[in-house]
Design a protein around this ligand. Sequence first.
Ligand code: SAH
Ligand code: SF4
Ligand code: F3S
Length: 463
Amino acid sequence: MTSKEMQRDFLEKDTALMRDIAAQLGRPLRYHVATFGCQMNAHDSEKLKGILTVCGLEESGEDEADLIIYNTCTVRENADQRVYGRLGYLSGLKKKRPDMKIALCGCMMQEPHVVEKIKKSYPHVDLIFGTHNLYTFPELLYRTFTEDARIVELLDSSNESAEDMPSERNYAFKSGVNIMFGCNNFCTYCIVPYVRGRERSRTPEEIIAEVKTLVSKGVVEVMLLGQNVNSYGKTLEPQVSFAELLQQVADVEGLERVRFMTSHPKDLSDELIEVMKKNKNICRHLHLPVQSGSTSLLKKMNRKYTREKYLELVDKIRAAMPDISLTTDIIVGFPGETDQDFEDTLSLVELCGYDSVFTFEYSKRTGTPAATMPDQVPEAVVKERFARLLETVRRTGEKASGRFEGATMPVLVEEKNREEGLMTGRLEHNIVVHFPGTPDMIGTIVDVKLDSCKGFYYLGHRV
Ligand code: SAH
Ligand code: SF4
Ligand code: F3S
């Protein structure tokens, strides 16, 4: 039996087991999956939920669940702290309901010092697994409900993935699709290559087949996911570029919108810009993380581009698609960041005209080269720079986002707004729009006049 067949076998065993337990309880078993990380982490959670749903469990809040899974992230220290904080709460919950099971998975679990700490200080955790053995979840689930001892299953790498497992999508009309796993870039601050392993690409055939299946089920928007989509296909035989893959995806009949993230500036090709420009269903939005506006800091970060190269790239993209939305990530307080480096970041933000910027205080990650670099920036300095950056980002972002005021544009309706009678959707530019509407519009694309820009979102009405 292959390992995949074995897991399918366990899926059947799980279903029977859960049915038995439910019969004893007189109610279906309930699960709660909490996602702490990025889109890829969320995509993994959809797989966990899919498997649990197939086994007959129902989704519930944390307090009522028989099985709680935390799908963790470790990209910054505060992601770790959130998990530890909530584990404290779960300890109290488990005292009241000793039969409940607690599982931890995701990127944090790929760090040996984390697993040691959990083993020592959080005895109420029943199951620990990592990013490389998600596909064995059916088996781990069975063992969790049939064995008494705590289960810890971790792998350093794997060629298997969970892509063909059942999935419970968060939205009926849009979906993420993994096109690659891992990362080979080793930016000096970043833990991702250590916890997600080496870069691996799925074949175009597999990806296109998945997209076609999604479209046949009513999905109109697909987001292609990878830590650096622009280096897609380098490990494939024959090699396929990301631009070629994107063209194939855009050609799928019935697919209204294609997005992708994340683009590393060092690998963004002219061919990709051409493909974006040519295809109406590829969204006019690029998330292009810059991290810093200072060439010397970019070098220390191992980003492999200079300030000038990045600005040239932005010019090239804007020349091809003048109305495109650009967004970015910036780290403040990387080791050795001088006042001048930081000023360079501020001036780059002014020059690029981003719609929005995700700003992060540098967070030291054990095991990365930057953690032991000299000249770590004092916290007070980081805080002061961070506040200044936020101010610049807010001012420039409002100006950029407001450029469509008065225009009528297609909006993909995503959900009901908290405010009665309002619906919320998105422009292909990824800008949020609220307008009066009804829930039957969810999943459709409607024309909305963008009456007024309120900072980062629009208020409008259907026309
Ligand atoms: N693969 C993507 C980024 C994934 S992590 C890329 O290369 O662009 C998302 C963002 O988290 C990064 O862009 C970076 O801005 C931020 N980040 C990663 N490690 C960090 C750290 N140690 N401290 C602060 N921010 C960090
Ligand atoms: Fe981290 Fe850099 Fe890889 Fe992005 S490209 S995941 S920042 S190492
Ligand atoms: Fe976090 Fe892992 Fe994503 S560390 S950002 S969940 S790849």
